[in-house]
Ligand binder design. Structure first.
Ligand SMILES: Nc1ncnc2c1ncn2[C@@H]1O[C@H](COP(=O)(O)OP(=O)(O)O)[C@@H](O)[C@H]1O
Ligand SMILES: [Mg+2]
Length: 440
């Protein structure tokens, strides 16, 4: 316990934050059945040696963990709870083998200003809920929770930043990747070189072996040039979203800033502060529910933007906006910087602010036409989107089926129709072997 003198107003705010965070966990447990956080490795703040701050959101800071310094006294406490003691030790030891972790906590300044009291309390509830949610989830494309402050909600009594969670360390976000891809993309000859090599059977075998090992499938530069690689990223994200929706969880803050990549290049969805279970009564894809409107306006569905009832399809819309950004390598709704600009645009009945390229493969065009629909009942469910994307990426492996996708890559990269100049090569290729893609 820190022996610091805090004024009574801050003290009261902390008591309320602790109380609300506990209630937030209770809400989670009521739906989930028990607290999955109970089985997460507990750490004291003093056992963690922090490095530099690696990121910050509106309410939270994220720090690199340099090392752990486990207290023997603390470890003794868990000898009865053998699993937790083992998990603490395993986490601490793994640092020596190169595993990297970060600590996420709230910003201290949240508790300092009077105006921010409401925000402090909302943020405390969100991070407590995020901890429970992450403890319950297990998916290769969702960030893993490795530890939590041992005193759980009581930690807020010592200060806003005293409640923390420990996560695997990510190397970059999808925002960083998209920026990198935009710089390196659309060099037609290199793009096709990478496309062809990803199609050759040898490359496929290597690719498969590397994926199984968990190693990166391509370098980031090649990813940018290869739309197949970018669609694979979209397919991994769709997989994570499908998993959440199958558990009746709405994520509510899907955007490239909340999608990360680990050191092996694997996609990891993080920042679960706004994720919630859908109400148990009714159908989470067909019925709509009164819930708080949240998210970043650029990626937020019109119904959420206008504070109307919504359901899991709000995530489907956000996913389509992210997919559009992956396809175009441009900020969606680039000219709309303010929430009110977007509201004005969406108020127009004929509004179609994200253009759909007619040269994109038909299944992708269809995803955008239905997924970005103002009418949430017209939007597909996440599992359908997942199927289409998996099909598109695996189609790239099936040379016969790949033809339309190859044509699309050709057209997008070269901004020409394939039959113009290269018709000889194409027909020769088709004659020689009907299983060959367009040869340039
Ligand atoms: N596991 C992580 N590894 C590395 N950086 C991270 C990690 N989690 C978050 N960050 C960085 O911290 C920022 C804020 O984290 P986030 O969880 O998104 O918090 P907030 O809820 O405040 O948006 C992120 O945008 C990212 O830059
Ligand atoms: Mg965030």
């Amino acid at each position: 316990m820190r022996i610091l003198k805090v004024d009574s107003s801050i003290h009261n705010k902390r008591i309320k934050a602790s109380d609300l965070a506990r209630r937030s966990s209770d809400d989670f447990c009521e739906t989930y059945g028990h607290s999955p956080l109970e089985s997460v490795a507990p750490f004291q703040r003093g056992e963690i040696i922090l490095g530099r701050r690696v990121g910050a959101g509106s309410f939270s800071s994220v720090y690199d963990i340099q090392d752990y310094n486990l207290s023997a006294k603390q470890s003794d406490k868990y000898t009865d709870e053998h699993e937790q003691a083992k998990k603490r030790e395993a986490t601490a030891k793994s640092v020596m083998h190169g595993t990297k972790y970060v600590m996420k906590c709230l910003k201290d300044k949240l508790e300092e200003s009077d105006a921010d009291e409401y925000l402090f309390h909302c943020a405390a509830q969100d991070i407590a809920f995020e901890a429970e949610m992450l403890a319950a989830l297990s998916h290769p494309n969702i960030i893993k929770l490795h530890g939590v402050v041992d005193s759980h909600h009581d930690a807020f009594l010592d200060g806003a930043s005293e409640f923390f969670i420990i996560l695997e360390r990510l190397d970059c976000t999808l925002t960083d990747k998209i920026e990198g891809w935009a710089k390196n993309s659309f060099n037609p000859s290199r793009s096709f070189k990478s496309l062809r090599s990803s199609l050759s059977s040898r490359a496929l075998a290597l690719d498969k072996a590397e994926t199984e090992k968990g190693a990166p499938t391509t370098t980031s530069v090649d990813e940018g040039r290869s739309l197949v690689c970018r669609l694979r990223v979209a397919a991994s994200l769709a997989d994570a979203m499908e998993y959440l929706h199958a558990q009746n969880i709405v994520y509510r803050d899907l955007k490239p800033d909340n999608v990360g990549f680990d050191r092996h290049g694997n996609l990891k969805l993080f920042d679960f502060g706004l994720a919630r279970f859908m109400p148990r009564h009714g159908d989470a894809c067909e019925d709509v529910f009164e819930m708080t409107g949240l998210g970043t306006p650029r990626y937020t569905s019109p119904e959420v933007l206008f504070h109307q009832p919504y359901n899991l399809k709000a995530d489907v819309y956000s996913f389509c906006v992210v997919l559009w950004e992956i396809m175009c390598l441009k900020k969606p709704f680039g000219k709309y910087n303010q929430r009110k600009d977007l509201e004005r645009e969406f108020s127009r009945l004929d509004s179609k602010p994200l253009s759909i390229n007619r040269r994109w493969p038909q299944p992708i065009q269809d995803i955008f036409r239905s997924g970005l629909s103002r009418d949430l009942w017209a939007r597909p469910v996440m599992s359908d989107m997942c199927k289409v994307l998996t099909e598109c990426t695996s189609t790239a492996r099936d040379l016969q089926k790949f033809r339309s996708l190859g044509t699309f890559f050709f057209e997008v990269c070269c901004k020409k129709t394939p039959c113009d100049k290269y018709s000889v090569s194409i027909s020769r290729a088709e004659h020689a072997n009907s299983h060959q893609p367009i040869i340039i």
